[in-house]
Design a binder for this molecule. Structure first.
Ligand SMILES: *Cc1c(COP(=O)(O)O)cnc(C)c1O
Length: 427
């Protein structure tokens, strides 16, 4: 059954992954590897993890048939895995709970994290509040300005948010600062990384914690497909957005040994893959070492990390988890791009058509699902990982939409209540 066995003992996914850390961190990494190896199959650990996911996060999250959207698109049936309904509003909490539980068992009393948009910082602050652990979150000074509601959330939850003023004052600088803190405080400190990146064992460990998403889908899909009158057991395609790649690995991993299901990762194409303003590391990057592992990164001829861009802060990362680089190389997963404006369109579309406000990150996956569904038959199916809810994004959307509201093609020519400006129709 399980023919896919990655990574190897040293954390390699083919030529990707591994562990590139300074000597001062070697001990901490080995300690973490040993602890995870000990607990990853420990029945008591797994039972507590299950309990937390059920009682604190609200799992299992439902799979929802987007019937109106499917009918309107006129092709494959589209289903949404509702990670947006989790406590804190996204998939990130699944992973922070797992790592915080490990930290407790390792006797660590202090948690550090880095955050870009603030989502991982909030998920980390949340579990630290619940476990009564000290929480320090590093965040670029520029990001602090752009993401003030999440900064306030972290403070409400009792975390200390440390502004990082070096470099471009964004995520990659916050990452370096968190690493520095870890080196100085390894004895009592656990570093919670928010995606399937970092040195081994992080990419594997984060994938394992997030794979609850795909495992639930494997049991949910046969029932929900049958209810829609479809005869297949599993979807023809699974689609997820890819920033660092944790929500995508979480839903892909249990499907890797189901070769009849296509796995499609959607990167942020920003202003277009040819524009140079995007975050599509797998499609436009090249192999290199970033944040402790070998993977695909966006770099110039001199190996300097290039500036990235996306409408969604959560996809704005110059690297990607090493396992995605491997899945792309062996051809088990495909990676495509969705632009800012396509994602914005899908955001409005899902609001109006299904009554769900998606995160801008997740809107990339929704946009690609719309495109793909139109090319498939009505008895085929697509499962989209709706990684988070979009309440955090409404300010961005309001600015970008310049007051325009959108309606579905079927309401063309009608006025839309509440819209003071002319209503635009979806393409
Ligand atoms: C952080 C975030 C992402 C991107 O992170 P991955 O590790 O690629 O999953 C996607 N969606 C939401 C809602 C997020 O908060």
């Amino acid at each position: 059954m399980n023919t896919y066995q990655q990574p190897d003992a040293a954390g390699h996914f083919g030529i990707y992954g591994g562990s590139f850390v300074s000597e001062t961190l070697t001990h901490a990494i080995i300690e973490l590897r040993q602890a995870y190896a000990h607990y990853q199959n420990d029945p008591e650990f797994l039972a507590e993890f299950q309990y937390e996911l059920a009682h604190f996060v609200g799992r299992p999250s439902p799979v929802y048939h987007a019937a109106r959207m499917s009918r309107e698109v006129g092709g494959a049936q589209i289903y949404l895995k509702r990670e947006d309904l989790n406590h804190t509003g996204a998939h990130k909490i699944n992973n922070t709970i797992g790592q915080a539980m490990l930290a407790k068992r390792m006797g660590k009393t202090r948690i550090i994290a880095e955050t870009g948009a603030g989502q991982h910082g909030v998920a980390t602050a949340t579990i630290c509040a619940r476990y009564g652990m000290e929480c320090v979150v590093y965040m670029g000074a520029e990001d602090i300005k752009r993401q003030s509601p999440n900064v306030y959330r972290m403070k409400l939850l009792g975390a200390t948010v440390v502004p990082v003023h070096s470099g471009s004052k964004t995520l990659k600088d916050a990452l370096n600062e968190a690493m520095r803190d870890w080196v100085a405080n390894v004895d009592n400190t656990f570093y919670i990384i928010g995606t399937v990146a970092g040195p081994h064992p992080y990419p594997m460990m984060v994938r394992d914690f997030q794979s609850v998403i795909g495992k639930e889908c494997l049991t949910q899909m046969p029932h929900i497909l049958a209810r829609t009158g479809l005869h297949s057991q599993q979807p023809d395609a699974v689609i997820a957005c890819v920033g660092g790649g944790s929500n995508a690995m979480g839903i892909f991993y249990p499907y890797i040994d189901h070769p009849q299901t296509r796995l499609i990762g959607v990167e942020a194409a920003g202003e277009g893959l040819e524009s140079g303003k995007h975050s599509a590391s797998l499609q436009r990057g090249s192999p290199g070492v970033l944040h402790g592992n070998r993977t695909f990164i966006l770099q110039d001829e001199n190996g300097q990390i290039t500036e990235t861009h996306s409408i969604s802060a959560g996809l704005d990362y110059p690297g990607v988890g090493p396992e995605h680089a491997y899945l792309q190389e062996i051809g088990r997963a495909e990676y495509v791009g969705i632009t800012d404006s396509e994602a914005l369109g899908a955001f409005h579309y899902l609001c109006r058509t299904e009554g769900i406000i998606p995160a801008l990150e997740s809107s990339h996956a929704v946009a690609y699902a719309k495109k793909l569904a139109a090319t498939l038959r009505q008895d085929q199916s697509i499962l989209v990982n709706l990684s988070g809810r979009g309440d955090k994004d409404i300010g961005t959307v309001a600015d970008l939409s310049q007051g325009d509201f959108y309606c579905r093609p079927s309401c063309q020519g009608q006025s839309v209540k509440g819209a003071e400006q002319p209503v635009k129709v979806f393409k």
